[in-house]
Design a protein around this ligand. Sequence first.
Ligand SMILES: *Cc1c(COP(=O)(O)O)cnc(C)c1O
Length: 382
Amino acid sequence: MLANRMNNLKPYVPGEQPKDREYIKINANENPYPPSPKVKEAVVDFVENNLEKLGLYPDPDSLDLHAAIADMINKTGGVLSRARVDNGEVTPDPKDKIPFTVTPDMIYTGNGSDEVLSFVFYAFFDSDKKLICPEHSYSFYPVYCGFYDIPRLPVELNDDWTLKTDKMVQLANENHSSTIFANPNAPTSLGLTREQVREMLVKAPKDQVFVVDEAYVDFGGESSIPLLKDFKNLVVVRTFSKSLCGAGMRSGYIVANPELINAVTTVKNSLNHFPMDAVTQVASTAACNDVAYYVECAKKVCQTREDFISFLKKNGYQVNDSKTNFVFLKKNGLDGKKAYEFIKENGILVRRFDTPGIEEYLRITIGTQEQMDKLKAIMEKL
Ligand SMILES: *Cc1c(COP(=O)(O)O)cnc(C)c1O
């Protein structure tokens, strides 16, 4: 009864969401802080004053939203945790300042960056070329490779979990292939500097698309957006789910040169041609317009993260430096699965993977300071 192509599907398994008990949920890298009060205002206003718009199709070009995203990136330099807020005015850290103005025609938006990524895979990766990606990275990439029948060439990581950037570029050249990775990477939490990404782009094939997934960059990474000026084959994918406290909104976007944006738009218009719904467009636009709020949230998450990392180090854990809203850790002699289960029995959900090579590790999302203090008390008993 099923089409043959169904055999290629290996669906993504998200972090569990049990309903049997109230857990502190720090297993899916969601933001512990709620969206800005301005988002609430905008949604309430929509419901009270514009509800008839739900009877009409949403703006297919999402013009207001694309303008708001471009503006947010220009104001922050694309890294919230380092941006400065003075009397409500947001300016980028000098290190992040983008040497050109990001314009709305460089933005594409969709229903979460997962959907955006799926269109990127469709638009740019061929079935007769091996896609270069790190062996351990976002686990949706292999899922889409199965879905679109794209062969994959996973590149192992160094012993310290950093990416083998030279090897990745070398293989991209040998196979004349595209490349994708998350920066900072998941689940390792480590980031490449912009110079490291630039070096990769300089050496990688110029006529193959090079995708950097910046889901976590707002927590202290270095954005590749400034490189768009010199590299027309670069695609930067970002999301509202982590640093913009909006995982439930399903809102993600691309920043790239207009030619590549147009290609992804062609894919969308050939499939589910309407964009995200009208309410999410309003909520996402309101979020961008109150970026100062999210700068503060990102700074709080980073502060809590550094506190938690020093706790872990004091207690004998091996933990990677983190440029994300999660930490990746293990302890010699501690069974990863047992640790996970002990923490769960005590009311806190964290993430672990059965993937060979990382079975002993836990990936723990940074919650509020209060949530992390509860976790610390539990981990002290491990
Ligand atoms: C969370 C995450 C995404 C998906 O984000 P959504 O916008 O919620 O679909 C994409 N890439 C990476 C690396 C992520 O961690």
